[in-house]
Design a protein around this ligand. Sequence first.
Ligand code: PGA
Length: 253
Amino acid sequence: MAERPYIVGNWKMNGTRAMLSEARAIDRAAQRYMKVEVAVAPPYTLIHAVHKEAEQIGVGAQDCHAGPEGAHTGDINAPMVADAGAKFVILGHSERRQDHAETNDCINAKIESAIDAGLRVILCCGETLETRDAGKAEEFVLGQLKAALPKFEDPAERLTVAYEPIWAIGTGRTATADDIAAMHGAIRQLLVDTYGEEASAMVRILYGGSVKPENAREILATPEVGGALVGGASLSAESFLGIVVGASESDES
Ligand code: PGA
């Protein structure tokens, strides 16, 4: 990996205040691996508390509403998560697309509102097994990105892309290194076509889907993999830090 690897924990709908001890342990250990950028996205209810504990790690949200404040019961918008201490937001995760029928247009609107609120964005994409078996994975993923990518000139500081094949999320299956390299290469080309060579060069492309300490090193050494978006294995400091260590070592190779 040429750039500083980015390892992000997505806690999904997990965690009460009892999890703050894990956040503290992750934060303390991250201070020993400064070559790796480490972050967690806890549920909304813990953003402020994790932000107050964190000295080293970044804290983010897992979603935000696209609109300004108003009558939307149960929703939380980008300025609100920024106010709670979030520095980034994960958008377009396949579980949001599935559970909440989020479309690429809706995700694009969320990205614009997040950027306006000063947040960095991790934009997720990924295909189902059916789409992959039909030989349409690349076309599908690039289609998702083309429709959702924001139209700004300098994406480097603000945008990260996460490729997460849906069939690899929470299943214990991971894509092969060849599959990951091919998809990340195609995404890189799209970023170059969209933003130009120089501006897109600093946009990291994360891989997500059953990343664990045991497979992290190989995945992170794959061409064009700039880090990992980690679900299940981010819920304990021990397994999450195993991935951070893998990132620090694959960076040396
Ligand atoms: P997983 O989830 O690591 O549990 O497969 C990854 C994700 O959905 O971000």
